[in-house]
Design a protein around this ligand. Structure first.
Ligand code: V47
Length: 390
């Protein structure tokens, strides 16, 4: 703790007492936090919890996103990435194209492939299993974080199999864990408005529970800043906390800020920086059983993500490379950062950068294939903060 807590909103006093006494917060507390404008007190409390757990460390990883197709039957209003099969810009990678992206990622030093795609009407489940098998065979040291609960549900439907059998097949093929996407906001009122053909919130949680039972860890997300109420955000966070109490299978939580451009909800204004920082802080305070809260720089911008490291977040996510979901929705952030750039951002926030793998083990680069010369994301070269154009 670097400075004493100063509270200007008296409603936060009893909440602060609970946080300092390590007592669990309830739904009312969560709502009060979201409604309060005392951002610095909320941030102080979140930072207190964060430093108790992680000290001064901030994690990052070297990863690569592989989005095998943007063809999607779901047509979610929130999304700018999905296309109908004949739309301009629709694409589907051949397996060889996907493997080539994997090879590029490995040359850049990636320890993780983050693999998600649209719900394609004609691709078989075997395509996805072959993709995973092929990547695992070629790059056995890379962790495959693949397919959201939404995709798992779709594969189960097209193969007329159970969720459990689908997950077992994915695991046998080489999936190591699942990303946290598709959670949006669990409340049915919101799903009806932003993603009416997607799995229900209850089903998303059930698939996560089943994955965890099978030994597959996953992440969890919350898409905020569109049509949801603050009560619905709190409800979402508490449903995740309840599930985590049962399974302990969630690795990290990632609050995702809504980007309206090029979506059917483009009339909605973007959430503010204050909302993003508060949401990260409240997530840290309510999700007392989640170790890691990510400030995903791609959606927050590197500048806000850096500030979030003092508001409860302990991870910046990764180098990423070739991000499509947010950039189709108008994100103006870069599509990748180098290791050196991530380290500068972290150090300038007063934190100590630690490269991790997907499950938060420290990465020992001496045990990994060397990074190919000339690959910018692999660079560990020191870059002065003043030269970054973020
Ligand atoms: O599920 C889609 C969201 C998610 C938009 O698990 C949008 O480590 C904002 O889940 N504006 C995909 N958000 C990203 C995701 C993720 C990202 C980083 C790390 C991890 C992880 C997971 O992006 C989707 C959806 O919730 N999304 N469209 C949009 N227009």
């Amino acid at each position: 703790m670097s400075s004493p807590l100063q509270i200007s909103d008296a409603r936060l006093e009893p909440i602060a007492k609970k946080v300092l006494a390590r007592e669990r917060l309830g739904a009312e507390d969560g709502l009060t936090l979201f409604q309060s404008h005392d951002l610095l007190a909320i941030g102080w409390l979140a930072n207190y919890v964060r430093e108790q757990r992680h000290g001064n460390i901030c994690y990052f990883n070297v990863n690569r996103h592989i989005n095998p197709t943007n063809v999607c039957v779901a047509h979610c209003k929130l999304c700018a990435f999905g296309r109908s099969p004949n739309d301009p810009g629709a694409y589907t990678f051949s397996l060889e194209e996907a493997f080539a992206r994997g090879a590029e990622g490995v040359a850049e030093g990636a320890t993780e492939f983050h693999i998600v795609g649209g719900l394609h009407p004609d691709l078989s489940f075997d395509y996805y299993l072959d993709l995973i098998r092929g990547l695992k065979q070629r790059f056995p040291h890379v962790h495959l974080k693949a397919f959201t609960m939404v995709e798992v549900h779709y594969y189960a439907r097209i193969t007329k199999s159970s969720i459990r059998d689908t997950l077992v097949k994915m695991k046998e093929a080489g999936v190591d864990s699942l990303p946290g996407g598709g959670a949006e906001i669990f409340h049915p009122r919101v799903r009806k408005l932003i993603c009416d053909h997607k799995v229900s919130g209850q089903m998303w949680l059930q698939i996560a529970r089943t994955a965890h039972e099978l030994g597959l860890h996953s992440n969890a997300t919350m898409l905020f800043g569109h049509v949801e109420t603050l009560e619905e955000r709190v409800d979402h966070l508490l449903l995740l906390r309840e599930t985590q109490d049962k399974t302990h299978g969630f690795v990290a939580f990632i609050p995702l800020e809504f980007h309206p451009a090029n979506t059917a909800l483009s009339h909605i204004p973007k959430p503010t920086g204050i909302d993003a920082l508060k949401t990260i802080a409240v997530s840290r305070l309510l999700l007392d059983n989640f170790d890691h809260i990510k400030a995903y720089w791609i959606m927050l911008t590197p500048r806000i993500a850096q500030i979030a490291l003092g508001f409860g977040a302990n991870d910046l996510d990764g180098t990423v490379v070739e991000e499509k979901i947010y950039h189709d929705a108008g994100a103006t952030t870069p599509e990748h950062l180098t290791r050196g750039e991530l380290e500068v951002l972290i150090r300038a926030a007063g934190r100590v950068p630690v490269e991790r793998d997907t499950l938060y083990n420290r990465v020992d680069r001496s045990k990994l294939p060397p990074i190919a010369p000339g690959r910018p994301t692999g660079s560990t070269e020191f870059i002065p903060a003043s030269s970054l154009t973020l």
